[in-house]
Design a protein. Structure first.
Length: 53
């Protein structure tokens, strides 16, 4: 089973630390991926996409 980062983002402190680490990561796309994980953890729908069915 693949690792699911969103499953571990259960509180604001953890989310804040995760986003801080992504900001410090020089890997291209790290912040974007972290934001996707946070939105999944908060059960948010990505902006600009068609509604989920």
């Amino acid at each position: 089973m693949p690792f699911d980062a969103a499953a571990h983002l259960k509180d604001e402190e953890t989310i804040r630390a995760y986003l801080r680490a992504a900001l410090d990561d020089p890997t291209p796309g790290a912040l974007l991926l972290a934001l996707a994980h946070v939105s999944q953890a908060l059960q948010m729908r990505p902006v600009g996409l068609s509604p989920l069915r």
